[in-house]
Design a protein around this ligand. Structure first.
Ligand code: FA5
Length: 368
């Protein structure tokens, strides 16, 4: 009995002293584990005289029941303490890393273009994505049945309900130039702006454009263009060349790119031209090493095929467009251009496929 009393004092003292779940488990093993001190006493009962067996037995069993209950109580108290400690704020700990978003490469390029042209005194204006046939085609010297309409595969907007149920509306929508479409380029804003303003002025029009065409690595059905228009007395192609060269120099700063002007045709300019940028087959811009031509990227490595990527259409505004907005073509001239924003982004960041912009793959966006 004395031994049991001593054991009880020790057991409850150790239990109270246990500071965590590990220590508590050690206490449990020491007393009621397979070779625990109390277990041994209980096991020895069988060898003891009957009288002792009875009194010692009931005391030892009661002790074991109470001890096991207290083990559970202590375990619950320790768990609570641990949780409270975990909740405590430690001001010396480094802060948790904030998850920051990334700007989409097209957003970055759009911001760059706006900044550079604003720096050259251009005004930024925007226009509607749903256009009328008149602004997208007719006023740009592309009347219905003009073969040049085939240069722009168009998403036409048809209002079936209107056409079948409302004869008056149908008659109205069939008036020349009133048909609706998703703008195939930003050029309609040339006309809208000139109708509402007098020269001289210089504007850019960034915006979304749509074409009903097969997609590939450099063609999307939805892409972005930036229109440029500078109109006033004595504006010439020399002004255009200066503006575009300065734009490319700032846009591709530190990234020597090679570009070329090439004669081309658009019904709303005369003369017309296009601008290409030289890329290797992985779409990296050519990098010319000024002092060591042999180190120029793309020229020595014949595995990287060079191609020209068309980025811009441009030219001097056609008289017929000035006629449409009632400007006098004998008094003023202007240049206009339309540059593909996606293509600029592809060249700037070495992106091989335009479809990556619209794939919503976060692994792509997180690189910018
Ligand atoms: C035009 O859209 C003319 N409006 C440009 C213009 C404006 C000419 C002012 C003269 C005066 P074009 O269809 O070539 O032209 O397109 C212009 C640029 O948009 C192309 O050089 C290319 O960079 C981009 N682009 C055209 N189609 C696509 C497409 N499907 N996907 C991605 N970019 C495209």
């Amino acid at each position: 009995m004395d031994e049991l009393d001593r054991l009880r004092t020790d057991a409850f003292r150790d239990l109270d002293a246990s500071a965590d779940a590990g220590e508590l488990e050690a206490v449990r093993v020491a007393y009621v584990g397979r070779k625990g001190k109390l277990t041994e006493i209980l096991r020895s009962l069988a060898k003891r005289p009957i009288a002792e067996r009875k009194s010692l037995g009931s005391a030892a069993n009661a002790f074991r029941d109470e001890f096991e209950l207290q083990l559970k109580v202590r375990a619950a108290a320790l768990a609570k303490e641990t949780a409270a400690v975990a909740r405590q704020f430690d001001p010396t700990k480094p802060g948790a890393k904030l998850h920051r978003g990334h700007l989409h490469p097209l957003t970055l390029v759009d911001a760059d273009v706006r900044r550079i042209f604003t720096g050259m005194n251009f005004t930024v204006v925007e226009g509607p994505e749903v256009e009328t046939e008149r602004y997208n085609f007719d006023a740009l010297n592309i009347p219905a049945n003009h073969p040049a309409r085939e240069m722009w595969d168009t998403f036409w907007i048809t209002d079936n309900k209107q056409q079948t149920t409302n004869n008056k509306a149908r008659r109205r929508s069939s008036v020349v130039g009133r048909k609706l479409l998703m703008r195939t380029h930003t050029s309609p804003m040339q006309v809208r702006y000139m109708e509402a303003h007098n020269p001289p002025f210089q504007i850019i029009v960034p915006g979304r454009t749509f074409r009903y065409e097969a997609t590939d690595a450099s063609h999307e059905i939805n892409f972005y263009q930036v229109e440029g228009l500078m109109v006033g007395p004595d504006i010439s192609l020399a002004n255009f060349k200066y503006v575009v060269e300065r734009f490319f120099t700032e846009f591709f700063r530190g990234q020597a790119v090679t570009f070329r002007f090439r004669p081309s045709y658009f019904p709303f300019v005369e003369p017309g031209l296009e601008v290409d940028i030289k890329v290797t087959n992985n779409r990296q811009p050519m990098v010319r090493h000024a002092h060591h031509p042999e180190r120029s990227r793309g020229t020595t490595n014949n595995q990287q095929k060079e191609t020209w990527l068309e980025v811009m259409g441009a030219g001097m505004v056609h008289r017929r467009v000035f006629d449409a907005v009632r400007y006098n073509p004998d008094e003023i001239q202007g240049f206009a251009f339309g540059v593909g924003l996606d293509r600029l982004a592809m060249i700037k960041y070495g992106i091989p496929d335009i479809r990556l912009f619209y794939g919503a793959d976060l692994r792509f966006v997180r690189q910018f």
